[in-house]
Ligand binder design. Sequence first.
Ligand SMILES: [Cu+2]
Length: 196
Amino acid sequence: MIMLFLALVSWGASAQHDHSGMGNSGSSHSNMAPKMKEEPRVIPSIKVKHSLAVTSILDNYLALKDALVDDNAKKAASSGKMLFDALGKFDLSGQEASKQKELKEILDDAKENAEHISENGDKIDHQREHFELLGGDLKDLIVITGSDRTLYQLFCSMYNNNKGGKWLSASDKIKNPFRGKNMEKCGRVLVEISVK
Ligand SMILES: [Cu+2]
């Protein structure tokens, strides 16, 4: 039964992959709204200290994000598992004593979200709900711990019935993990998080 299930999941994943060449990403979206006057937007920036403590957490989060951009729920599940493990290995004792309680709460929340993603390799919408929460957790985390790279917090206003959703990326080029190939270019930069 389980083997049959796995076979169906992987068949589904490869079937999706076969459609990737059809590429009409973004075009339908831009036609939906009338063109607004382009005004130069000043992107707010926050500076965080340099730290290597979050390297494997960020690596695995970004791999998870890329899997969701590709509509690959199975890959997202395995990246979610690796992220869960990386979060579990974070060394709290290396952080300021006054921040450890708050950091532990953030890490616990992030672990729960990563675990749900890892356990739902057949439900990409459910993975995306937890991924949205995870982006908030990791932003809170790096504001305290610092980061080893510049990150951008990006925003898609159409996610979750137009309530919107945020995510983190190492690039300010929009590749939307909530809508996948369906609407890959939908979104904008909210904040730049750079390293001092
Ligand atoms: Cu869940």
